[in-house]
Design a protein around this ligand. Structure first.
Ligand SMILES: NC(=O)c1ccc[n+]([C@@H]2O[C@H](COP(=O)([O-])OP(=O)(O)OC[C@H]3O[C@@H](n4cnc5c(N)ncnc54)[C@H](OP(=O)(O)O)[C@@H]3O)[C@@H](O)[C@H]2O)c1
Length: 290
């Protein structure tokens, strides 16, 4: 495969950081972006990556300007990895509109706006890949992280793919299970601000779960980045396969998707009679013509 130019968001830690190292190791070019790049992305200084300050929640006009700058660096971009994201937690009743909006600004609107910034370039060259980092949380809701789960459900990219495939542009959403990044760290995980005493026990349990989870996740983020790159470049275990619209990664991510599909099929079968009972009766052909 030819050398590709990648732009990755959220590179200060976790998957983003791993992407940068793995992309460079494959001989590709990468524009590593993040908030406060001057301090948070300095570890890439001598790696060959281009470092760029980019907060995905910036207004559309600022994102467009950043994208124009990024496109000028290597004369184009082949892969945009919409990776930046974080977890807002807490039961729905305790959430505030401000926290909900902050979550969506980063996890959904940021990704969509940056996608809008690059699409004119992709349309013009009739090529380009959009990779989104979704989550198994976008397949299975979990109590206490409704805000985050719903943001990942919102990222499902089927309709986008149907709009852009005519231009030769492809998109894919990866649905990771639990990986050992900083997502669950005290620094990056946004704990709920408790307000309602009746949720105190629930919040305690949630905090305990998150703390126990941190650094014990089954997934290795280095391998995650490697497999994502394999899929996009059609290499390794992905060689000879067409890039799918979505892909779970990690044994837990696979289990969630498989279980959801089986449950959904069972539901369709068990409830079929009631489900189809709301259609108008189908007129027979000879009745129509008479
Ligand atoms: N790890 C998992 O188990 C897991 C599972 C499913 C999905 N994911 C998804 O994977 C993606 C990466 O997360 P991670 O696991 O690698 O966690 P991480 O180590 O916490 O990294 C998250 C990255 O997103 C960046 N970010 C947050 N808000 C941003 C903004 N407004 N603009 C630009 N960058 C921003 C963070 O930058 P700062 O340093 O500036 O905060 C950080 O670089 C996220 O979308 C997450 O939802 C992770």
């Amino acid at each position: 495969m030819p050398t590709l130019t990648w732009l990755v968001t959220g590179c200060s830690s976790g998957f983003g950081e791993e992407f940068v190292h793995s992309i460079l190791a494959r001989g590709d070019r990468v524009i590593a972006t993040g908030r406060n790049a001057a301090s948070r992305l300095q570890h890439f200084k001598d790696t060959g990556a281009t470092i760029m300050d980019l907060d995905v929640t910036a207004p559309q006009a600022d994102l467009d300007k950043k994208m124009a700058e990024a496109l000028a660096i290597h004369g184009g971009i082949d892969v945009l990895v919409n990776n930046a994201g974080y977890i807002e937690s807490g039961p729905v009743e305790e959430l505030t509109p401000e926290r909900l909006l902050r979550q969506y600004n980063t996890n959904v609107f940021g990704q969509v706006n940056l996608t809008r910034s690059i699409l004119p370039h992709y349309r013009e060259k009739r090529a380009g890949i959009l990779a989104f980092i979704g989550s198994q949380a976008g397949w299975q809701g979990e109590a206490g992280t409704t805000c985050y789960c719903s943001s990942k459900f919102a990222l499902e990219v089927e309709s986008l793919q149907k709009e852009i495939e005519v231009f030769g542009i492809k998109c894919i959403i990866f649905e990771p299970g639990f990986y050992r990044t900083k997502a669950f760290s005290a620094q990056n995980f946004h704990f709920n601000v408790p307000r309602i005493p009746e949720y105190a026990e629930f919040n305690k349990g949630l905090r305990g779960f998150i703390e126990a989870c941190d650094k014990n996740q089954p997934g290795d983020p280095t391998k995650f980045a490697e497999r994502v790159i394999d899929v996009i470049k059609g290499e390794g275990l992905a060689e000879g396969k067409d890039m799918p619209i979505r892909l779970p990664l990690g044994s837990d991510g696979l289990e969630v998707m498989r279980r959801k599909c089986l449950e959904t099929l069972k539901l369709c079968e068990e409830w079929e009679k009631l489900i189809v009972s709301t259609d108008y009766p189908v007129e027979k052909q000879d009745e129509k013509s008479s």
